[in-house]
Design a protein around this ligand. Structure first.
Ligand code: SAH
Ligand code: SF4
Length: 359
Protein backbone atom coordinates (compact mmCIF):
# COMPACT_ATOMS: atom_id res chain seq x y z
CA UNK A 1 0.00 0.00 0.00
CA UNK A 2 1.27 3.44 -0.94
CA UNK A 3 1.36 5.78 2.03
CA UNK A 4 0.23 9.40 1.67
CA UNK A 5 3.75 10.72 2.09
CA UNK A 6 5.18 8.41 -0.56
CA UNK A 7 3.47 10.50 -3.22
CA UNK A 8 3.63 14.25 -3.76
CA UNK A 9 1.02 16.29 -1.91
CA UNK A 10 -1.56 18.15 -4.05
CA UNK A 11 -0.67 21.72 -5.08
CA UNK A 12 -2.70 24.93 -5.02
CA UNK A 13 -4.73 25.29 -8.24
CA UNK A 14 -3.47 28.14 -10.47
CA UNK A 15 -5.62 31.26 -10.89
CA UNK A 16 -6.12 33.35 -14.02
CA UNK A 17 -4.03 36.25 -12.74
CA UNK A 18 -0.67 35.27 -11.28
CA UNK A 19 -0.04 36.01 -7.61
CA UNK A 20 3.11 38.12 -7.35
CA UNK A 21 3.53 37.49 -3.61
CA UNK A 22 6.21 34.82 -3.45
CA UNK A 23 7.76 35.36 -6.90
CA UNK A 24 11.55 35.40 -7.09
CA UNK A 25 13.56 37.68 -9.38
CA UNK A 26 13.36 35.34 -12.35
CA UNK A 27 9.56 35.07 -12.19
CA UNK A 28 9.32 38.82 -11.74
CA UNK A 29 11.51 39.38 -14.81
CA UNK A 30 9.24 37.15 -16.87
CA UNK A 31 6.22 38.99 -15.48
CA UNK A 32 7.47 42.48 -16.34
CA UNK A 33 8.63 41.29 -19.77
CA UNK A 34 5.10 40.01 -20.38
CA UNK A 35 3.77 43.43 -19.44
CA UNK A 36 6.14 45.10 -21.89
CA UNK A 37 8.18 46.78 -19.13
CA UNK A 38 11.94 47.17 -18.66
CA UNK A 39 13.67 44.31 -16.85
CA UNK A 40 14.90 46.57 -14.01
CA UNK A 41 11.33 46.90 -12.77
CA UNK A 42 11.59 43.33 -11.50
CA UNK A 43 14.20 44.31 -8.89
CA UNK A 44 12.04 47.23 -7.79
CA UNK A 45 9.04 44.98 -7.30
CA UNK A 46 11.21 42.54 -5.35
CA UNK A 47 12.38 45.36 -3.11
CA UNK A 48 8.81 46.45 -2.42
CA UNK A 49 7.60 42.92 -1.72
CA UNK A 50 10.35 41.62 0.54
CA UNK A 51 12.41 44.59 1.81
CA UNK A 52 9.49 46.91 2.51
CA UNK A 53 6.94 44.12 2.91
CA UNK A 54 4.33 46.18 1.05
CA UNK A 55 0.99 44.49 0.67
CA UNK A 56 -0.88 46.70 -1.84
CA UNK A 57 0.24 48.02 -5.22
CA UNK A 58 -0.60 51.59 -4.21
CA UNK A 59 2.25 51.40 -1.65
CA UNK A 60 4.84 50.78 -4.39
CA UNK A 61 6.12 54.34 -4.48
CA UNK A 62 9.16 53.09 -6.42
CA UNK A 63 6.97 52.37 -9.47
CA UNK A 64 5.13 54.73 -11.79
CA UNK A 65 1.39 55.17 -11.35
CA UNK A 66 0.83 53.71 -14.80
CA UNK A 67 2.74 50.54 -13.96
CA UNK A 68 0.95 50.18 -10.65
CA UNK A 69 -2.38 50.37 -12.48
CA UNK A 70 -1.20 47.73 -14.95
CA UNK A 71 -0.11 45.43 -12.13
CA UNK A 72 -3.39 46.01 -10.34
CA UNK A 73 -5.33 44.83 -13.40
CA UNK A 74 -3.14 41.95 -14.55
CA UNK A 75 -1.80 40.37 -11.36
CA UNK A 76 -2.77 39.61 -7.82
CA UNK A 77 -0.83 40.68 -4.75
CA UNK A 78 -2.13 38.40 -2.10
CA UNK A 79 -0.40 37.38 1.11
CA UNK A 80 -2.06 35.00 3.59
CA UNK A 81 -4.67 36.83 5.65
CA UNK A 82 -4.90 36.63 9.40
CA UNK A 83 -8.24 35.10 10.20
CA UNK A 84 -7.77 34.90 13.94
CA UNK A 85 -5.03 35.73 16.44
CA UNK A 86 -4.81 34.47 19.97
CA UNK A 87 -2.34 36.04 22.34
CA UNK A 88 -0.93 33.96 25.14
CA UNK A 89 0.00 35.17 28.60
CA UNK A 90 3.67 34.60 27.83
CA UNK A 91 3.59 37.17 25.00
CA UNK A 92 3.47 34.80 22.06
CA UNK A 93 0.67 35.10 19.50
CA UNK A 94 -0.75 32.28 17.47
CA UNK A 95 -2.22 33.25 14.12
CA UNK A 96 -4.59 31.27 11.92
CA UNK A 97 -3.91 32.28 8.31
CA UNK A 98 -6.60 32.00 5.68
CA UNK A 99 -5.17 31.12 2.27
CA UNK A 100 -6.68 31.96 -1.11
CA UNK A 101 -8.50 28.62 -1.41
CA UNK A 102 -9.93 29.03 2.09
CA UNK A 103 -7.45 26.63 3.72
CA UNK A 104 -6.22 27.50 7.20
CA UNK A 105 -2.68 27.12 8.52
CA UNK A 106 -1.04 28.45 11.64
CA UNK A 107 2.01 30.43 12.52
CA UNK A 108 3.26 31.58 15.91
CA UNK A 109 5.06 34.83 16.77
CA UNK A 110 7.28 34.51 19.84
CA UNK A 111 9.07 37.67 20.97
CA UNK A 112 12.11 37.38 23.25
CA UNK A 113 14.35 40.16 24.59
CA UNK A 114 16.76 40.39 21.67
CA UNK A 115 15.18 38.22 19.00
CA UNK A 116 11.89 37.05 17.59
CA UNK A 117 11.12 33.46 16.67
CA UNK A 118 8.45 32.68 14.10
CA UNK A 119 7.05 29.17 13.82
CA UNK A 120 5.89 28.38 10.27
CA UNK A 121 3.69 25.84 8.55
CA UNK A 122 4.82 24.10 5.35
CA UNK A 123 1.64 22.21 4.38
CA UNK A 124 -2.10 22.29 4.98
CA UNK A 125 -2.36 19.30 7.31
CA UNK A 126 0.27 16.57 7.20
CA UNK A 127 0.60 13.16 5.59
CA UNK A 128 2.90 11.63 8.20
CA UNK A 129 0.17 10.54 10.61
CA UNK A 130 2.06 10.78 13.92
CA UNK A 131 -0.45 9.60 16.48
CA UNK A 132 0.31 12.21 19.17
CA UNK A 133 0.05 15.23 16.82
CA UNK A 134 -3.09 17.30 16.17
CA UNK A 135 -1.94 18.08 12.61
CA UNK A 136 -1.24 14.41 11.98
CA UNK A 137 -4.83 13.59 12.83
CA UNK A 138 -6.05 15.95 10.07
CA UNK A 139 -4.35 14.19 7.16
CA UNK A 140 -2.86 16.09 4.21
CA UNK A 141 -4.77 18.63 2.13
CA UNK A 142 -2.00 20.23 0.07
CA UNK A 143 1.47 21.73 -0.08
CA UNK A 144 1.93 25.40 0.68
CA UNK A 145 3.47 27.49 -2.09
CA UNK A 146 6.74 29.33 -1.46
CA UNK A 147 4.68 32.53 -1.38
CA UNK A 148 2.40 31.15 1.33
CA UNK A 149 5.43 30.17 3.41
CA UNK A 150 7.18 33.54 2.98
CA UNK A 151 3.77 35.18 3.43
CA UNK A 152 3.48 33.88 6.98
CA UNK A 153 6.75 35.69 7.77
CA UNK A 154 5.77 38.91 5.96
CA UNK A 155 2.34 38.97 7.57
CA UNK A 156 3.59 38.27 11.10
CA UNK A 157 6.41 40.83 10.86
CA UNK A 158 3.92 43.42 9.58
CA UNK A 159 1.34 42.56 12.24
CA UNK A 160 3.88 42.86 15.04
CA UNK A 161 5.69 45.92 13.72
CA UNK A 162 9.12 44.47 13.05
CA UNK A 163 11.79 47.15 12.63
CA UNK A 164 14.16 45.15 10.46
CA UNK A 165 17.28 45.11 12.61
CA UNK A 166 16.26 42.67 15.38
CA UNK A 167 17.28 39.05 14.79
CA UNK A 168 14.55 36.81 13.44
CA UNK A 169 14.66 33.04 13.88
CA UNK A 170 12.42 30.84 11.79
CA UNK A 171 11.44 27.30 12.67
CA UNK A 172 9.47 24.99 10.37
CA UNK A 173 7.65 23.48 13.32
CA UNK A 174 4.07 24.39 12.54
CA UNK A 175 1.76 22.28 10.41
CA UNK A 176 3.19 19.87 7.87
CA UNK A 177 6.31 17.91 7.06
CA UNK A 178 8.71 20.35 5.34
CA UNK A 179 10.70 17.57 3.66
CA UNK A 180 7.48 16.37 2.00
CA UNK A 181 7.32 19.84 0.36
CA UNK A 182 11.04 20.45 -0.08
CA UNK A 183 10.90 22.31 -3.42
CA UNK A 184 8.59 25.03 -2.12
CA UNK A 185 10.33 25.17 1.26
CA UNK A 186 13.69 25.72 -0.45
CA UNK A 187 12.21 28.32 -2.83
CA UNK A 188 10.91 30.11 0.28
CA UNK A 189 14.31 29.72 1.96
CA UNK A 190 15.95 31.45 -1.03
CA UNK A 191 13.55 34.42 -0.80
CA UNK A 192 13.86 34.63 2.97
CA UNK A 193 17.67 34.66 2.92
CA UNK A 194 18.14 36.79 -0.23
CA UNK A 195 20.09 39.88 0.94
CA UNK A 196 17.90 41.89 -1.45
CA UNK A 197 14.80 40.12 -0.20
CA UNK A 198 13.98 39.56 3.46
CA UNK A 199 17.69 39.19 4.25
CA UNK A 200 17.30 36.70 7.09
CA UNK A 201 20.27 34.64 8.23
CA UNK A 202 20.32 31.02 6.94
CA UNK A 203 21.81 29.99 10.29
CA UNK A 204 18.69 31.19 12.04
CA UNK A 205 16.32 29.04 9.99
CA UNK A 206 15.61 25.50 11.21
CA UNK A 207 13.74 22.81 9.36
CA UNK A 208 12.22 20.13 11.56
CA UNK A 209 11.49 16.70 10.11
CA UNK A 210 9.84 13.56 11.37
CA UNK A 211 12.61 11.52 9.69
CA UNK A 212 11.90 11.30 5.97
CA UNK A 213 15.33 9.93 5.10
CA UNK A 214 14.97 10.47 1.33
CA UNK A 215 14.30 14.15 2.10
CA UNK A 216 17.23 14.41 4.53
CA UNK A 217 19.47 13.11 1.75
CA UNK A 218 18.08 15.61 -0.74
CA UNK A 219 18.54 18.45 1.75
CA UNK A 220 22.14 17.39 2.35
CA UNK A 221 22.94 18.10 -1.30
CA UNK A 222 22.06 21.82 -1.07
CA UNK A 223 25.03 24.17 -0.57
CA UNK A 224 22.79 26.70 1.20
CA UNK A 225 20.20 25.13 3.42
CA UNK A 226 18.46 25.57 6.75
CA UNK A 227 19.68 23.89 9.92
CA UNK A 228 18.23 20.48 10.63
CA UNK A 229 16.12 19.30 13.54
CA UNK A 230 14.88 15.75 13.83
CA UNK A 231 11.79 14.75 15.79
CA UNK A 232 13.14 11.58 17.35
CA UNK A 233 10.38 11.13 19.95
CA UNK A 234 11.12 7.48 20.76
CA UNK A 235 14.23 5.40 21.36
CA UNK A 236 13.17 1.92 20.25
CA UNK A 237 11.76 0.90 16.89
CA UNK A 238 8.83 -0.80 18.61
CA UNK A 239 7.66 2.47 20.20
CA UNK A 240 8.64 4.70 17.28
CA UNK A 241 6.69 2.45 14.90
CA UNK A 242 3.70 2.93 17.15
CA UNK A 243 3.69 6.73 17.29
CA UNK A 244 5.42 7.66 13.98
CA UNK A 245 4.45 5.53 10.95
CA UNK A 246 7.46 6.90 9.00
CA UNK A 247 9.63 4.70 11.22
CA UNK A 248 8.35 1.64 9.37
CA UNK A 249 10.00 2.97 6.20
CA UNK A 250 13.19 4.28 7.84
CA UNK A 251 13.93 2.90 11.27
CA UNK A 252 16.26 4.30 13.93
CA UNK A 253 19.34 2.71 12.37
CA UNK A 254 18.52 4.19 8.95
CA UNK A 255 17.90 7.58 10.56
CA UNK A 256 21.18 7.50 12.46
CA UNK A 257 23.04 6.61 9.28
CA UNK A 258 21.45 9.53 7.40
CA UNK A 259 22.26 11.97 10.21
CA UNK A 260 25.86 10.77 10.48
CA UNK A 261 26.25 11.33 6.74
CA UNK A 262 24.65 14.81 6.85
CA UNK A 263 27.38 17.37 6.12
CA UNK A 264 27.59 19.92 8.96
CA UNK A 265 29.29 23.29 8.99
CA UNK A 266 31.90 24.04 11.61
CA UNK A 267 30.08 24.30 14.94
CA UNK A 268 26.74 23.22 13.49
CA UNK A 269 24.71 20.67 15.41
CA UNK A 270 21.58 18.70 14.64
CA UNK A 271 18.74 19.34 17.07
CA UNK A 272 17.00 16.24 18.38
CA UNK A 273 13.46 17.03 19.41
CA UNK A 274 12.02 14.55 21.84
CA UNK A 275 8.35 14.71 22.79
CA UNK A 276 7.81 13.25 26.25
CA UNK A 277 4.69 11.10 26.44
CA UNK A 278 3.98 9.91 29.95
CA UNK A 279 4.47 6.18 30.34
CA UNK A 280 5.28 5.78 26.63
CA UNK A 281 8.54 7.58 25.84
CA UNK A 282 9.64 9.10 29.15
CA UNK A 283 11.35 6.27 31.03
CA UNK A 284 14.90 6.56 32.36
CA UNK A 285 15.88 3.77 29.93
CA UNK A 286 14.57 6.05 27.17
CA UNK A 287 16.83 8.75 28.54
CA UNK A 288 19.86 6.46 28.34
CA UNK A 289 19.03 5.30 24.82
CA UNK A 290 18.39 8.91 23.77
CA UNK A 291 21.87 9.80 25.04
CA UNK A 292 23.41 6.96 23.04
CA UNK A 293 21.56 8.04 19.88
CA UNK A 294 22.60 11.68 20.35
CA UNK A 295 26.28 10.85 20.72
CA UNK A 296 26.56 9.51 17.17
CA UNK A 297 26.87 13.01 15.61
CA UNK A 298 27.12 16.63 16.84
CA UNK A 299 23.73 17.26 18.45
CA UNK A 300 21.69 19.11 21.02
CA UNK A 301 18.59 17.75 22.63
CA UNK A 302 15.29 19.55 23.05
CA UNK A 303 12.85 17.81 25.38
CA UNK A 304 9.24 18.73 24.63
CA UNK A 305 6.65 17.84 27.27
CA UNK A 306 3.57 16.61 25.39
CA UNK A 307 1.04 19.36 24.85
CA UNK A 308 -2.31 17.65 25.44
CA UNK A 309 -5.16 17.97 22.98
CA UNK A 310 -8.57 16.41 22.88
CA UNK A 311 -8.77 12.83 21.80
CA UNK A 312 -5.02 12.18 21.65
CA UNK A 313 -5.00 9.57 24.38
CA UNK A 314 -1.54 10.71 25.60
CA UNK A 315 -0.52 12.58 28.71
CA UNK A 316 2.33 14.94 29.55
CA UNK A 317 5.16 13.73 31.78
CA UNK A 318 5.49 14.77 35.40
CA UNK A 319 7.75 17.71 36.26
CA UNK A 320 9.85 15.35 38.35
CA UNK A 321 10.48 13.09 35.37
CA UNK A 322 11.37 16.02 33.09
CA UNK A 323 13.95 17.04 35.71
CA UNK A 324 15.35 13.52 36.01
CA UNK A 325 15.75 13.15 32.24
CA UNK A 326 17.41 16.56 31.96
CA UNK A 327 19.82 15.61 34.71
CA UNK A 328 20.56 12.23 33.16
CA UNK A 329 21.39 13.78 29.75
CA UNK A 330 23.36 16.70 31.17
CA UNK A 331 25.39 14.26 33.29
CA UNK A 332 26.41 12.58 30.03
CA UNK A 333 27.75 15.92 28.74
CA UNK A 334 24.93 16.42 26.28
CA UNK A 335 23.38 19.83 25.62
CA UNK A 336 19.77 19.66 26.70
CA UNK A 337 16.94 22.17 26.89
CA UNK A 338 13.25 21.84 27.70
CA UNK A 339 10.73 23.50 25.40
CA UNK A 340 8.18 25.12 27.59
CA UNK A 341 5.36 25.12 25.12
CA UNK A 342 4.61 28.74 24.46
CA UNK A 343 0.97 29.51 24.07
CA UNK A 344 -0.16 26.35 25.82
CA UNK A 345 -3.02 28.27 27.39
CA UNK A 346 -4.31 29.10 23.89
CA UNK A 347 -4.03 25.64 22.35
CA UNK A 348 -0.53 26.48 21.20
CA UNK A 349 0.81 23.14 20.10
CA UNK A 350 1.14 22.36 16.45
CA UNK A 351 -2.18 22.15 14.61
CA UNK A 352 -4.47 22.77 17.55
CA UNK A 353 -5.88 26.23 16.77
CA UNK A 354 -6.82 25.32 13.22
CA UNK A 355 -8.20 21.95 14.22
CA UNK A 356 -10.38 23.62 16.83
CA UNK A 357 -11.91 25.73 14.04
CA UNK A 358 -12.48 22.87 11.63
CA UNK A 359 -14.11 20.53 14.12
N1 SAH B 1 6.53 17.77 10.78
C1 SAH B 1 7.73 18.25 11.37
C2 SAH B 1 7.59 19.68 11.89
C3 SAH B 1 6.30 20.06 12.54
S1 SAH B 1 5.95 19.27 14.09
C4 SAH B 1 8.19 17.32 12.48
O1 SAH B 1 7.43 16.44 12.86
O2 SAH B 1 9.31 17.49 12.93
C5 SAH B 1 7.03 20.16 15.18
C6 SAH B 1 7.34 19.45 16.48
O3 SAH B 1 6.17 19.40 17.31
C7 SAH B 1 7.79 18.01 16.29
O4 SAH B 1 8.98 17.78 17.03
C8 SAH B 1 6.63 17.19 16.87
O5 SAH B 1 7.12 15.99 17.37
C9 SAH B 1 6.10 18.14 17.93
N2 SAH B 1 4.73 17.92 18.36
C10 SAH B 1 3.66 17.59 17.60
N3 SAH B 1 2.55 17.50 18.37
C11 SAH B 1 2.92 17.79 19.64
C12 SAH B 1 2.22 17.86 20.88
N4 SAH B 1 0.91 17.65 20.97
N5 SAH B 1 2.93 18.19 21.99
C13 SAH B 1 4.26 18.43 21.91
N6 SAH B 1 4.95 18.38 20.77
C14 SAH B 1 4.30 18.06 19.64
FE1 SF4 C 1 3.29 15.79 10.66
FE2 SF4 C 1 5.24 16.59 12.30
FE3 SF4 C 1 2.75 16.24 13.21
FE4 SF4 C 1 4.21 14.12 12.54
S1 SF4 C 1 4.63 15.58 14.21
S2 SF4 C 1 2.06 14.48 11.98
S3 SF4 C 1 5.35 14.92 10.81
S4 SF4 C 1 3.40 17.74 11.73
Amino acid sequence: MMRDWEQPAPELAPRPNPNVAGMGLEDLRALVAGLGESPFRAAQIREGLYRHRWTRWEQFSNLSKALRAKLEGRTELRWPEIQESVRSEDGSTKHAFRLEDGSLVEGVHMPYDNRTTLCLSSQVGCAMGCTFCATGLMGIKRNLTAGEIVGQVVTMLNAHGHAGDAAVNLVFMGMGEPLHNLDQVMAAFALLTDPKGLGLSPRRITLSTSGLVSGIQRLAAYARRPRLALSLNATTDAYRDRIMPVNKAWNLAALAAALKAFPLEHGERITLEYVLLKGVTDSLEDGRRLAAFARQFPSKINLIPFNPHEGSGFEPPTEARIGELCGLLAARDLTVSVRRSRGQDVAGACGQLVRGQQD
